[in-house]
Design a protein around this ligand. Structure first.
Ligand code: SF4
Length: 739
């Protein structure tokens, strides 16, 4: 065991937020060891390999420690004051032409702090631009769009009561590797097995026999991109066999008759033609769900990122609602945060801005990432000419990465705030060094804190574990300073700007390079005090977390819906109209029974685009592989170790093959987040050999979902063939190119 100071904190890589014990050496400003916290009130000693080795990423010699400015083809270090002033001057000039010529892309990492997204958005609102983008249109905006239509607010998100349910049907999700989405429950395998141990049923509907499917329950293979037909047939069978509580439905919901009419054609037999789920299997699932004393349907990215993610999620939600499982223990719940966030934030997150390209309505105040390249490349007075990227790496994570690179190169101002000089930052005019999670005080991020997306809710506070490395600054300070230098105010409010400026002057620490920090801990403490939860200091005195009241159900329907009539909208006209597109999609799918579909896959050691930069996570020369079922391999003439070319309508990539019997025949799988060879500041990741799967996905206004703005990133039609002229994997260096 390492010697040093032991402190408690929590992980901010994924939504599990595992409680951690860290052994630090403050003199060397290093974390020596990370262990799970066995006394944590909710995570109870659970943590994964990524969380336990994350200090290797933060302590990398690649960490950005001073602001960088691009001069010619090189980056030079400059003082913070110069960086802020120069960026501010460029923002003033661009804003003078049009505020909409400026924009921001917010990545997933931003969401794991409380102040980062608030200050970043505040900066953009102060500029007055409507052009705001986020990673949500890569993986979850379908849920925000549906929640807005059904419940009246994008962040009204239901979650399965996994601690008590008697039947859980997991569709297109792999919580054992990726953890839950919009739900903070650690150790998914343990919770899934517990459902079976108490006599319940678990089903995992997925084209691959995933790690989740292997850990508990019954695996039900499904053809990629056909989830919506599965859900419609599930609803059809439920309506045909269940005795529903019509009084409850009529009291709290509208649109039941339209919904029933919509489901009528989709029998279990009909769905089987495309999903390949035998009617008997579907009926078995519906019977288990119907008869359980508390049941839940749950889905994540496998459904969200498919061609019909919005419609599929809609039908899932209404099944949980009409079956009586919504708003009850053991079914699906709607949590409560420390404040009534939905009511407080509704006006701000449902402004209804419309995009210049494609006329998309903003979802959760963000436009589709899939139109960002067009917004930059298409001439006009409001063309995007300046972009801020914060906590994300869109060149790796967004669809149509080839076109996006071309677009980013056209920008007059690209500012990236990050901890590394990653692929996107390598194209920037300015790169601003941010603090890591362990260098800032924090509370659990917005979903548990403000929405209570936890079956076992708790609060926890953490102080910085280490001082910031070099001149790294927290994002709240960065965006407050940028707002001032740009001649604007946070949220366009002089009062807000003056208030935070005043607190900064009074209580902010002055760093030795002259910048005074925003007093983050004070702001977080004010939030806690306002919500009646005492001070930050008091919460810190409970290092393993403080339990809050558990959700009991029965407090959402009739109480907290934010629709105009206060009822759940089972059949929103926009979605009913879009359901008409399902018949041609069904026919096209039925006629293409032998076509290959590409799904994504996550490796247990990597997380999105940013955890490849250490040998503990990805070794030099390591690559992502193309996984094929042995039957497909034999048909295509490909065996494990061979090189294959994968072609979509947008690009071709070349990868080594691994045969994997866990896949359903006709399904190929390719892990995402790779393709770092051109990053200028990722010394370990740039020596890996993988390719970016998102090159294969299309961008542009015709390629994104009209209701949610979601890109279509899984279930992509591809053609696969042996790499022409090459069979020797040792000569392979990875290729990826536009079609
Ligand atoms: S599961 Fe792993 S990555 Fe996620 S919060 Fe826990 S330790 Fe961190």
């Amino acid at each position: 065991m390492s010697t040093g100071e032991t402190v408690h904190s929590f992980c901010r890589i994924c939504e599990s937020l595992c409680g951690l014990e860290l052994v630090t050496d403050p003199a060397r400003r290093e974390i020596l060891e990370i262990r799970p916290d066995p006394s944590h009130v909710a995570t109870e000693g659970f943590a994964c390999v990524k969380g336990l080795k994350q200090m290797r990423l933060y302590q990398s010699p690649d960490r950005l420690t001073r602001p960088l400015k691009r001069v010619g083809n090189d980056f030079v270090e400059i003082p913070w004051r110069q960086a802020i002033d120069e960026i501010g001057a460029r923002v003033r000039a661009l804003r003078g032409a049009s505020p909409h010529s400026l924009s921001m892309y917010v990545g997933t990492a931003a969401g794991f702090g409380v102040l980062h997204p608030v200050f970043a958005k505040g900066f953009m609102d102060g500029i007055g631009t409507r052009n705001f983008f986020s990673s949500s249109t890569q993986d979850c905006a379908n849920k925000f769009a549906v929640s807005t239509l059904l419940y009246g607010f994008p962040f009204t998100l239901t979650f399965p009561d996994v601690e008590r349910t008697r039947c859980l049907i997991v569709v297109g999700a792999n919580p054992v590797v990726s953890k839950w989405s919009f739900l903070q429950v650690p150790n998914p395998a343990k919770h899934l097995r517990a459902i079976e141990e108490r006599g319940g049923r678990v089903f995992v509907v997925d084209p691959r026999r995933t790690e989740t499917a292997k850990s508990a329950g019954t695996h039900v293979p499904i053809r990629p991109n056909t989830d919506v037909f599965f859900y419609l047939a599930f609803l059809n069978e439920l309506l045909a066999t269940a005795s529903l509580d019509r009084a409850r439905i009529d009291a709290h919901m509208t649109g039941f008759d339209e919904l029933a009419a919509l489901a009528r054609p989709w029998t279990p037999e009909r769905q089987a033609e495309v999903t390949r789920i035998p009617p008997a299997s579907l009926r078995e699932m519906v019977a288990a769900y119907r008869e359980a004393d508390g049941a839940a349907l749950y889905c994540s990215t496998g459904v969200n990122m498919g061609a019909h993610g919005t419609l599929a999620f809609w039908i899932q939600e209404v099944i949980n609602a009409v079956s009586g499982n919504l708003d009850r223990r053991g079914g699906v719940l709607v949590g409560k945060g420390i404040l009534d966030f939905p009511r407080l934030a509704k006006g701000n997150l449902t402004k209804g801005h419309t995009s210049r390209i494609g006329g998309f309505t903003a979802v959760n105040d963000a436009f589709p990432g899939g139109i960002l390249a067009d917004e930059i490349l298409t001439d006009g007075d409001e063309r995007i000419r300046g972009l801020f990227v914060t906590g994300g790496n869109p060149l790796i994570t967004m669809a149509g990465a080839g076109r996006l690179r071309e677009a980013l190169e056209q920008l007059e101002l690209l500012v990236v705030t990050d901890i590394f000089l990653n692929e996107t930052a390598s194209l920037a005019h300015y790169v601003l060094p941010a603090t890591t999670p362990f260098e800032r005080p924090d509370l659990p991020f917005v979903f548990p804190l403000m929405l209570g997306l936890q079956t076992k809710p708790y609060l926890q506070a953490t102080d910085p574990v280490l001082a910031p490395r070099g001149e790294a600054l927290d994002e709240a300070t960065i965006y407050l300073e940028l707002a001032a230098a740009s001649g604007t105010s946070l949220f366009g409010s002089r009062i807000a700007q003056a208030l935070v400026r005043g607190l900064q002057r009074l209580a902010g620490r002055r760093r030795d390079f002259g910048v005074r920090e925003v007093p983050q801990r004070l702001l977080l403490s004010l939030l806690l005090l306002l919500s009646g939860n005492g001070s930050f200091r008091r919460l810190l005195a409970e290092p393993h977390g403080r339990l809050r009241a558990e959700p009991a159900g029965g407090d959402f329907l009739g109480e907290r819906l934010l629709t105009e009539d206060g009822k759940l909208q089972l059949a929103p006209p926009e979605l009913v109209a879009r359901a008409a597109e399902l018949e041609p999609a069904f026919r096209a799918e039925r006629e293409d029974t032998h076509g290959l579909r590409l799904i994504s896959k996550r490796h247990v050691k990597t997380h999105n685009s940013w955890t490849h930069n250490d040998e503990a996570f990805a070794r030099a020369g390591e690559t992502n592989h193309l996984y094929l079922h042995p039957e497909d391999g034999a048909r295509l003439g490909l065996a494990t170790g061979d090189l294959a070319d994968v072609r979509s309508e947008t690009a071709r990539v070349r990868l080594p093959v691994r045969l994997l019997p866990d896949l359903q025949p006709g399904t190929a799988a390719l892990p995402h987040g790779w393709g770092h060879q051109h990053a200028r500041g990722l010394s370990a990741a740039s020596r890996t050999a993988g390719v970016n799967v998102n090159l294969l996905a299309a961008d542009g206004p015709k390629a994104v979902d009209p209701s949610s703005g979601m890109a279509h990133l899984t279930g992509i039609r591809v053609e696969i063939s042996p790499a022409s002229g090459e069979r020797d994997v040792t000569s392979w260096s990875g290729i990826a190119e536009g079609a």
